[in-house]
Each structure stands twice: as structure tokens, then as C-alpha cells.
Ligand binder design. Sequence first.
Ligand code: SF4
Ligand code: SF4
Length: 180
Amino acid sequence: MRDKDERYYKAQLNMQQCSRRGLFRGLWSGVSKPMKATSTALTVRSVPRPPTAVDDDLLARLCNQCGACVTACPQHIIGLFTGLPELALDANSCTECGECQKACPTLALAGTGHSTGAKASASGMCIRQMGASCDDCVTACPHQAISLVPRGIDVNAEMCSGCAQCRVACPSSAIQMTMR
Ligand code: SF4
Ligand code: SF4
């Protein structure tokens, strides 16, 4: 009976190690790409997350809530407000530096996407609508997602990573960040 128990637990352990290796292999397959890649492939998010955070469901299982990403972020925009890493894009912007991903001891930030899950859009406060000359958001955007149109701007949602660098750069607070 004792032998049978030992065999059973060894088999369980092997099975767990195999599926763990499979999960890690799958997640790491896209991690070698540089964070500045143009991909803004969408990952399922309910709130803005660090750009390489995995889908919310998987994140809830992989994040051990250690706070390493919170400490590592030079922009101080990550908080564990509801237990999982979330970005306060109304307070600052994400520079897509990858420090949070490097600091994370699990695979919670080892996803293949490069979007916070938010997107930028212009409100009626853009000073170009009043005839002023300004291209601060265009210059600030690291993904060339913004173009000037007569009396305003146009944001290409496909190219926007939701970093909020344009929101920070805008002199009239005309850019808002909303979830996709
Ligand atoms: S990529 Fe850099 S700036 Fe963006 S949330 Fe992570 S640590 Fe902060
Ligand atoms: S449009 Fe704004 S939020 Fe989107 S990638 Fe460019 S700077 Fe970042």
C-alpha cells in the first residue's frame, strides 16, 4: 500500500512538472522579441496593465503579488490596486522600458503583447481646433500612431500601444486614455 502511494505521488509530480514546462515553453516563445517591437497585439485586459502582462485570467494565476514590478517601474505607475499589477495612466505614462518584465520572478509579465490595453483619443480641447499650431503628441508618440489633420489629430488605434506618452505631452490635457 505504501509502495502504491509513493508511485502515485511520483506520477502526479511528473505530470505537474511536464505541464509546467509546457506552459513555460509556450509563454517564453514570444519573450525574446524586443519590447519596442511594433506589435500592439491585443491581450485581454479589464484595466490598463504593464505592456507584457499576460491575459487577465492567466495573470491571476501567475502573479504572486510580490510587488517587484511596482518597485522596478521608473515611472511609478504600477500599483497592485486590486491585487494584480495595474497602470495608473492618469498619473503618468509607460515608457515601455521593460523593467517590470525583468523584475517579475514569475511569468506573469512574460506575455507576447505590447499594449497596456488602453488607447488614446483626442477630446475637444485640442488647441489645433482653435487654429493653434501644435504637434507635441505626434512627437511624443513612440509608435507613430498620431497624425495631424486639419484642426485636430487622428489616432491610429491599431498602432497605439496605450502608453499615454501623448497624454503627458499634450499642453492642453486634450488626450484621454480609455480601454479598448
Ligand atoms: S514597461 Fe517600464 S514604464 Fe512601463 S510599466 Fe513596466 S516598468 Fe513601468
Ligand atoms: S498614440 Fe499616445 S498612447 Fe498611443 S502609442 Fe502613441 S503616444 Fe502612446
